[in-house]
Write a protein that binds this ligand. Structure first.
Ligand SMILES: [Zn+2]
Length: 188
């Protein structure tokens, strides 16, 4: 898939956008949010022109899904749509990625000259940014830290193994020993 040069965003900045989008959809604290419902039913009430179109006829054979900006829509193969609905991790990640394009790149999509510029760092890459969005959208730290293994994250958040591994490494806190000074105060 061709990449596009967009204005620079760090992983931390993208995390803030992803958390805001969770909040916007009323699913901030959901462990496995209904991301298809969010796009199909909720987003069109916020952005009138938006539509989720489970019809892959506009896609190339190599594309599972694609975000179009004029008018704003995500087109995807029906198999991906039903996969995401039934909780297939990779389908959810793909839809999370496209959701990222909608929220991160909508305002830049008409600046076509950006495509021609060289992408000098990953923080300028639309594809990298959309993947980062999906990671933060599906694996937010305030949810992940509640789990104690990669397998649990994979199972309950319904995300691909690679995302679960990264999230566990970055956020998970193993159950801690109560420090001695606290034991004394708490009388344990
Ligand atoms: Zn993409």
């Amino acid at each position: 898939m061709s990449d596009m040069r967009v204005s620079q965003k760090s992983s931390f900045e993208i995390e803030q956008v992803a958390l805001s989008v969770r909040d916007l959809f009323g699913m901030y604290n959901d462990h496995c949010p209904e991301i298809v419902w969010a796009l199909e039913a909720k987003l069109p009430t916020i952005i009138k022109e938006f539509a989720l179109i489970p019809d892959g006829s506009a896609l190339s054979p190599f594309e599972d899904a694609k975000t179009f900006y004029d008018p704003l829509r995500i087109e995807l193969h029906e198999s991906l749509y039903t996969g995401a609905l039934s909780g297939v991790p990779l389908a959810r990640h793909t839809l999370g990625h496209e959701t990222g394009h909608v929220f991160l790149h909508r305002d830049q999509a008409k600046a076509w000259d950006m495509r021609r510029k060289e992408i000098k760092s990953r923080e300028h890459s639309a594809e990298w940014q959309a993947n980062e969005f999906s990671y933060h959208y599906l694996c937010p730290r305030h949810i992940v830290y509640q789990y104690e293994s990669i397998e649990e994250i994979e199972h309950w958040l319904k995300v691909p193994r690679k995302l679960a591994e990264r999230a566990f490494k970055e956020y998970s806190t193993k159950p801690r020993e109560i420090p001695t000074y606290l034991r004394d105060i708490l009388g344990f």
